[in-house]
Each structure stands twice: as structure tokens, then as C-alpha cells.
Ligand binder design. Structure first.
Ligand SMILES: Cc1ncc(C[n+]2csc(CCOP(=O)(O)OP(=O)(O)O)c2C)c(N)n1
Ligand SMILES: [Mg+2]
Length: 622
């Protein structure tokens, strides 16, 4: 009897446990203490907008869809600027540019399914560029998962390898914590994109969701009552505790820092070196160190620097410390190389350009990037997993009074002078037809004002520009980064112009690359973001054609036409110019007219017909 009683007790306990677990799963326990307000017309989109505002977000980029309408409407109501683009990739590229230029999270909002899938390339690009982007995606209602809802796909899996964090919000009360955590994750450590999925039934008001989802229509009887109870409870659980006050302020951002000993070790290496060199990569421009503070630290240090990626422009237009040419030779000679956020990937021939005789110090927030190929082609004396900019600031403090060996610096400067004189000679040669691209880019460089920002989107024309056109100031150059994505131009320029409305924003386009985002001239016009596009039109995907023809003997899929892209821009409401045709106006006159038009508030496209140049012969073409 005792044993039986014990068994019965155990069974009762188990049943109670199961009931409690079921009640928890159905949200019944939570609903005991957190109420639903069925009369409230508030919706989840409002919470999204409030969190974004609390994180200093001023504008976001979007392409509409019913799944995300509540977010867009609420953001507009709160005074955030909603900039709608003509392709979802553009929205993410623009958010990426805002993140890089403002030091804040960049935000893009896209609708479920195809809206989300259209962003994949841009999200990957942001990941490779280590840019903190928050992608908000609509999604089918949680209740209709797997039931054939419109535009339903497994979006979280799609971003598994692309985002630092992927969250699907399950109830309205989870919106705020999910967004705060996602934003902090995006900005912490090695920054990168994050994805938050906002299903339809956590974004719309209670009465709409209840009407759409909360009613059973199956035939009567017990089954109907059960289904009805389940649906009603499900919807109530989605909204339980939805509007209770919650902390919306940003969570702390974690940034890995070098230790004082590591800085001291490097200071000693520098003071003993006779040919030191610093290579700065994009990571050096990340917050929290303001770029101007980094610039001052580099000037105080006085070491010769090569600047790559987002670090271009860090030392202004003409600094004695900025070496621009002959990097391979300089690396061969240097006895100390500091890789500050620069990675030994394809851009440094996987580390092969570093000399075995050089002492190498690497600084990077990301461990994998820090040691990339170090076991194969190069070996760091010291590998510091930390933030590059704050490391350099501390290094300059501990090397106060140091001065770099003069002959070394002067030798590098002389090398630059010689190379640039040779480039000018090349620019003076007549092109096979139309304009010489080097001459065009030299004229552009001569005409650029101090307050300008250059966006790079193309192949050979743009790579040539990287050697010829000098960014004027820190964060004055935006390129896709290590993913080498064509098509960033429209989005980057849009984000840049919104961050720096006073600056003259130029997009340097290849004619092939222009095709991806030429439609965004419509966006520039509608959103009054006057930018100038300079298209190096060689009627070709030249960077590919160059080696495809030489190695494989065919130009297949590489030929384009000298298309009237200026007319396309005019059709979209911008101003178009063409230059380089026989009957055209002079180059300077056209570039100046483009600047004047842009300053009057109208976007401009300059279709510059260019001929072939051998300037890029032998450089990377894949
Ligand atoms: C999205 C994407 N597609 C294809 C490529 C491969 N690709 C690299 S450079 C290049 C040619 C670019 O042509 P264009 O923009 O006209 O510049 P050009 O080299 O002619 O100056 C191509 C197709 C790429 N990097 N990204
Ligand atoms: Mg081209």
C-alpha cells in the first residue's frame, strides 16, 4: 500500500510538472503577472523606433513591404529619417556607410523573404569590412510558421555564417532586449552585421493580430473550442507585458585593448629600428578613438605610413609621413613593420610581401585576422589582439620625443616623387580613343575641394584612382573592402551624403559597376542627396577583360557599349554630362559644371568616355 501510495504520489508529481511545463510553454504563467491591454492601439514597430532613437540612430534605409510597415511608420513618427532605396542591397550598403562614417550602428529595414534574400551580398560585404550594421527583416507571423505563409523562408539559417548574431523575436516584450543586445554585439569586439527578424504578429497592433490570427474557423464542437482557446491564448501571450516600461539605453560595447606591456615592448622595438614602417588598415578607423585623435598620434609618432581601405585619407591630402607608392619595395627594406589593422590576406600576398628580415608586429581586434597565414608565409614577433587606433595613440604617448631616422623617410618620399612624376608622364600620353583615364583622374584630383568624400565602385578605373586621387581627410574614402563587391556605389554615396551633407560626395564608377546602382539616381533625387558620379566609361569590364583576353584568348562576357549613361541619369531627374567625345566640352569645364550643379542641390552623372591605359597591367584582376 505504501509503495502504491508512493508511486501514485510520484505520478501526480510528474503530471503536475508536465502541466506546469505546458503552462509555461503556452505563456500561461507569464500571463498571470503580465497583462494584455486589448484596447491598446500600440504596436511593436513603435518599440523598434524607440530603441533605435535611444541608440542615436538618425536615419535608416529601407525598401517597403507590408511585413515591416509598422517599423517604418513608427520611425517616421518619431522623427527618424526613413530613406527608401530602389534595391534592398542599396539599403544595406547605405547603412554600412553610415556605420563606418558615424561610428554608430547603421540600420536597414527590409521586408520578409525576397527583401531579406536581396541583402545577402551587402551583408557579407559588411561582415568582411567589419562594419556594424543592424539588418531588420520582416518575417511571416510566428503562428503561421511552416504553414505556407507568404514569403516565408528560413531566414536565420541564411545569415548563419554572415552575422555575429541572428535573432527571431518571439513576443512583443522581447523586441527591446533583442535589439539592445544585437546592437551591442554588432559594435563589440570585431564589429560586424547582425540580423533581427521581426515576425508580422509582433509588429502589428493587438486588434489587427487578433482579427487576423486569433479566430478559429474550423467546424464547431470541442475541436473548434480547443483551437479557438489555443489561438486566443497564443495571441494574448504575444502581447502580455508588451508595453511595460523597459530600459532602452545602449548596452556597454566591449573593445579589446593592448596591454601596457605590449605597448612598451613595441615602443622599444621602434626606438631600436632604423627603417620602421606602419601599415594602417580599415580597422584603425573604428571607434572609440576619434580619427582626428589617431591622426594627431600618427603625426606625433612621425613614422612613415601606408594607408589602406578606410584608413586612406587619415593623414590628409599631402602629409610627409604618408607614403603612397612602391609598397612592395618599402616592405623589402623595412626592419620593423607594424600591421595596424592590416591583414595578411590577398592584399599583402598572404604575407609573402613581408621580408623575413623584418620584425613584424601585428595588431588586430580579431584573432583569426591577426594571425592570418602567419604559420605559412610570415611570422609576427608580437601579435596583439586589440584595437589598432588606441594602441597607436598609446604608442605615441610612450614614444614622446622620438624621431624617425631621417634618411629612411626621405628615401621613401623620393620614391613617391619619382613614381608620381612617371604617372604624370603616362597621363600626358594620348589614349587609344577618348580621354586618358590618368589624365581625367589627375584633373579631378586638382579640382576636388578639401571637404569631399570619395566612393569607389569599379575595377581598373577605380583602382587607378586609388593611386592618383588623394582623399582630403580622415574618412574621406569609402571602398567595399575585402569582399571586392561591385555595386556598392549608390548605397555608399547615399549613406555618406546623409552623414556629411556639406561634403562634395563623388562616386568613382566603372561603367560596368554603375549598372548595379544607377537606379539609385532616383533615390538621390527624391531624397535630395546631391552626389556626383564620375563614370570611367571604357565600354568594358576591363579589369576582367585585361587578363581573360591575355590568358584565355577571348573577351566573351566582358564587352559593353559606350552607353549614354548621362541620359539615364537625366531620365531619373538628375543632371547628366558627357565628356571625352569629339564634340564635347573641355574636361575642366564639365567637372566644374558638375560641381556647381551638385552645389545647387541636383545629383549629377558625368559620363566620361575613356580609352585604354596600361597603368594596371599585371595587377590583380580576379
Ligand atoms: C558583384 C561582383 N560581380 C563581379 C565581380 C568581378 N569583377 C571585378 S572587377 C570587374 C570589372 C569591373 O568593370 P568596370 O566597373 O567597368 O570597371 P573597369 O575595370 O572597366 O574600370 C568585375 C566584373 C565583382 N568583383 N563583384
Ligand atoms: Mg569599364
Amino acid at each position: 500500500m505504501d509503495a502504491l501510495g508512493g508511486f501514485a504520489c510520484a505520478c501526480a508529481g510528474l503530471v503536475l510538472l508536465l502541466l506546469l511545463a505546458a503552462a509555461h510553454r503556452l505563456g500561461l504563467l507569464y500571463q498571470l503577472r503580465h497583462k494584455v491591454d486589448p484596447k491598446s492601439s500600440r504596436h511593436g514597430g513603435e518599440l523598434v523606433a524607440e530603441v533605435l532613437r535611444a541608440h542615436g540612430v538618425r536615419c535608416l534605409f529601407a525598401l517597403a513591404g507590408g511585413h515591416v510597415s509598422p517599423v517604418l511608420v513608427a520611425c517616421e513618427k518619431l522623427g527618424l529619417r526613413v530613406v527608401d532605396t530602389r534595391h534592398e542591397a542599396t539599403a544595406v550598403f547605405a547603412a554600412d556607410a553610415v556605420a563606418r562614417l558615424s561610428g554608430r550602428i547603421g540600420v536597414a529595414v527590409v521586408t520578409a523573404g525576397p527583401g531579406v534574400t536581396n541583402t545577402v551580398t551587402a551583408v557579407k560585404n559588411a561582415q568582411m569590412a567589419e562594419s556594424p550594421v543592424l539588418l531588420l527583416g520582416g518575417a511571416a507571423a510566428t503562428l503561421q510558421r511552416g504553414r505556407g505563409a507568404l514569403q516565408e523562408i528560413d531566414q536565420l539559417s541564411l545569415f548563419k555564417t554572415l552575422c555575429k548574431r541572428r535573432t527571431s523575436v518571439r513576443a512583443v516584450r522581447d523586441i527591446v532586449p533583442a535589439l539592445r543586445q544585437a546592437i551591442a554585439t554588432a559594435q563589440s569586439g570585431t564589429p560586424g552585421p547582425v540580423f533581427v527578424e521581426l515576425p508580422l504578429d509582433v509588429l502589428y497592433p493587438f486588434h489587427v493580430v487578433e482579427k487576423e490570427l486569433g479566430q478559429a474557423t474550423s467546424p464547431g464542437g470541442l475541436r473548434r473550442s480547443l483551437v479557438h482557446w489555443y489561438l486566443r491564448n497564443y495571441v494574448h501571450n504575444l502581447f502580455a507585458g508588451a508595453w511595460e516600461p523597459r530600459d532602452m539605453t545602449p548596452l556597454p560595447v566591449q573593445v579589446p585593448l593592448a596591454t601596457a606591456e605590449q605597448v612598451q615592448q613595441v615602443a622599444e622595438l621602434v626606438s631600436r629600428a632604423s627603417k620602421p614602417l606602419v601599415l594602417l588598415g580599415s580597422q584603425a578607423t573604428l571607434p572609440p578613438t576619434p580619427v582626428e585623435e589617431l591622426r594627431a598620434a600618427l603625426e606625433a609618432l612621425g613614422l612613415p605610413c601606408y594607408l589602406g581601405g578606410m584608413a586612406r585619407g587619415l593623414l590628409g591630402k599631402a602629409s610627409a609621413l604618408h607614403v603612397r607608392q612602391n609598397r612592395r619595395d618599402a616592405l623589402r627594406q623595412a626592419d620593423l613593420v607594424i600591421l595596424a589593422g592590416t591583414v595578411c590576406d590577398f592584399r599583402l600576398s598572404y604575407g609573402r610581401v613581408l621580408s623575413r628580415r623584418s620584425t613584424v608586429v601585428a595588431v588586430n581586434r580579431d584573432r583569426a585576422q591577426l594571425l592570418r597565414n602567419s604559420d605559412v608565409f610570415w611570422k609576427p614577433r608580437l601579435a596583439v589582439q586589440g584595437d589598432a587606433a588606441s594602441f597607436l595613440v598609446k604608442l605615441s604617448q610612450s614614444l614622446c620625443g622620438y624621431s624617425c631616422p631621417r634618411e629612411w623617410l626621405e628615401g621613401l618620399q623620393e620614391g613617391d616623387r619619382r613614381k608620381e612624376a612617371a604617372n604624370r608622364e603616362k597621363a600626358a600620353e594620348p589614349a587609344s580613343a577618348h580621354l586618358n583615364p590618368l589624365a581625367l583622374l589627375h584633373r579631378l584630383d586638382a579640382l576636388l575641394p578639401d571637404d569631399c568624400l570619395l566612393v569607389a565602385d569599379g575595377g581598373d578605373f577605380v583602382a587607378t584612382a586609388a593611386y592618383v586621387v588623394r582623399p582630403r581627410a580622415p574618412l574621406g574614402w569609402l571602398d567595399p573592402g575585402a569582399f571586392g563587391t561591385l555595386g556598392v556605389g549608390g548605397g555608399f554615396a547615399l549613406g555618406a551624403k546623409l552623414c556629411r551633407p556639406e561634403a562634395e560626395v563623388w562616386i568613382l564608377y566603372g561603367d560596368g559597376s554603375l549598372g548595379y546602382s544607377v537606379m539609385e539616381f532616383d533615390t538621390f533625387v527624391r531624397h535630395k542627396t546631391p552626389v556626383i558620379a564620375l563614370v570611367g566609361n571604357d565600354a568594358c569590364w576591363s579589369q576582367i577583360s585585361r587578363e581573360q583576353v591575355a590568358l584565355l584568348g577571348s573577351n566573351v562576357a566582358c564587352g559593353l557599349e559606350y552607353t549614354d549613361y548621362h541620359a539615364v541619369a537625366e531620365g531619373l531627374g538628375a543632371k547628366g554630362f558627357v565628356v571625352g567625345s569629339d564634340a564635347g566640352e573641355g574636361l575642366d569645364a564639365v567637372l566644374r559644371a558638375a560641381q556647381a550643379t551638385c552645389h545647387q542641390g541636383r545629383p549629377v552623372l558625368v559620363n566620361a568616355l575613356i580609352g585604354k591605359s596600361d597603368f594596371r597591367q599585371g595587377s590583380i584582376s580576379v
